[in-house]
Design a protein around this ligand. Structure first.
Ligand SMILES: O=P(O)(O)OC[C@H]1O[C@H](O[C@H]2O[C@H](CO)[C@@H](O)[C@H](O)[C@H]2O)[C@H](O)[C@@H](O)[C@@H]1O
Length: 271
C-alpha cells in the first residue's frame, strides 16, 4: 500500500499522523459510517460497508489503541450494515454518541418523550410532501429523507421550516445531512462523543474520518484537542454533495474507497 495515501495536506495533519505512528497503542481512530465507510445509496436500509472496510479494519484494529465508528445510525444498525460483529477492538457509538456497542453488548438509553410525539405527528405533517420523501425511524430519532424525491434539494429546502417547527415544539433538534433532516434529542453530538472517548481511553492522538455536516463537530473536537496538546488528523471522505469538510480537512480522499485506502495504508505503516 502506497505511503502517499498517508500524506497529510497540512502541517497539523502531518503532526497528527506522526503522533499516531509514534505511539499507535495510544491512538484513537474514528470513522463516520454513511458516506465514509459505506457508499451512499438511495435506500438507507440498503446501505452496506464498502467490501474493503472489514478486511482493512481487521488489520488496523489490533495495531492501535481504539477503533471507533461514531455514527448517526443506531449502533445496532451500523454493526449489522457494517458487518462489524466479528471485529475485535472496535466499538460503535450510535445516534451521535447516545448508544454504544462494544464486545457484543449494546447500550441504548430511553428516548425522550418528544421522539414519540414526532413519531405520531410526522406522517400527517408530511402528507403533502413531494413524492419520494421517506421517514426513517431510528428509535431515538426520526430522519426525513428526500434523496428519492424527483428534486431532492428542492424537497429538502421545502421541508426545512416544517421540520424545524416540529423540533421546536417537541424539544428536539434538527440535524441536517445529505438529503436528510433528522429530528433527534439535543445534548450530544459527534464532537462530544469523540472527546469523551479520547478522555476515557487516555488517547494521545486521534484521527477522525467523515463526510457530512454532522461530522463537523468531530472536526471541532480535533481542533480543540490540538490546542490542548493532543495531535489529530481530520480526514474527509469527499463528495459533490458536501464541501464543508474538505475545506477543513488535513487529508481529502475520494469517498469510501479512498477511506479504505487510508485504513490499509495506516495498517501497513503500523505493522
Ligand atoms: O453519521 P452517519 O453514519 O453518516 O449517518 C448519517 C445519516 O446517514 C444515513 O443517511 C445517509 O445515507 C443514506 C444511505 O446511503 C442515504 O440514502 C441518505 O441520503 C444519507 O443522508 C442514515 O439513513 C441516517 O439515519 C443517518 O443519520
Amino acid at each position: 500500500m502506497s505511503a502517499e495515501a498517508l500524506e497529510a495536506q497540512t502541517t497539523a495533519g502531518a503532526e497528527g499522523l506522526s503522533a499516531i505512528r509514534a505511539r499507535p497503542r495510544q491512538a484513537l481512530i474514528g470513522f463516520d459510517f454513511d458516506g465514509t465507510l459505506s457508499p451512499i445509496v438511495d435506500d438507507p436500509a440498503a446501505a452496506r460497508a464498502h467490501p474493503g472496510v472489514v478486511p482493512a479494519l481487521s488489520r488496523l484494529a489490533p495495531l492501535v489503541g481504539t477503533v471507533a465508528v461514531i455514527t448517526g445510525r443506531p449502533a445496532a444498525t451500523a454493526v449489522e450494515h457494517g458487518g462489524f460483529a466479528g471485529l475485535e477492538n472496535l466499538l460503535v457509538l450510535g445516534q451521535y454518541g447516545r448508544e454504544r456497542w462494544e464486545n457484543g453488548v449494546l447500550q441504548v438509553p430511553e428516548a425522550p418523550p418528544g421522539v414519540a410525539e414526532v413519531r405520531a405527528k410526522l406522517p400527517q405533517i408530511l402528507q403533502n410532501a413531494p413524492e419520494g420523501v421517506t421517514i426513517e425511524d431510528k428509535g431515538l430519532a426520526l430522519a426525513v429523507h428526500t434523496r428519492r424525491a424527483a428534486e431532492p434539494q428542492v424537497a429538502l429546502d421545502r421541508l426545512r421550516s416544517i421540520v424545524a417547527a416540529l423540533a421546536e415544539r417537541t424539544g428536539l433538534v434538527v440535524e441536517p445531512g445529505r438529503f436528510v433532516l433528522e429530528l433527534r434529542p439535543p445534548g450530544m453530538d459527534k464532537g462530544g462523543a469523540l472527546r469523551a472517548l479520547v478522555a476515557e481511553r487516555g488517547a494521545s492522538s486521534v484521527l477522525f474520518a467523515g463526510d457530512d455536516l454532522g461530522d463537523l463537530t468531530a472536526y471541532d473536537a480535533i481542533d480543540a484537542l490540538r490546542k490542548e496538546g493532543v495531535p489529530g488528523v481530520k480526514v474527509c471522505s469527499s463528495s459533490d454533495e458536501v464541501t464543508a469538510l474538505a475545506e477543513r480537512a488535513d487529508l481529502v480522499v475520494d469517498g469510501p474507497p479512498g477511506v479504505v485506502t487510508v485504513i490499509e495504508a495506516l495498517a501497513s505503516a503500523l505493522a
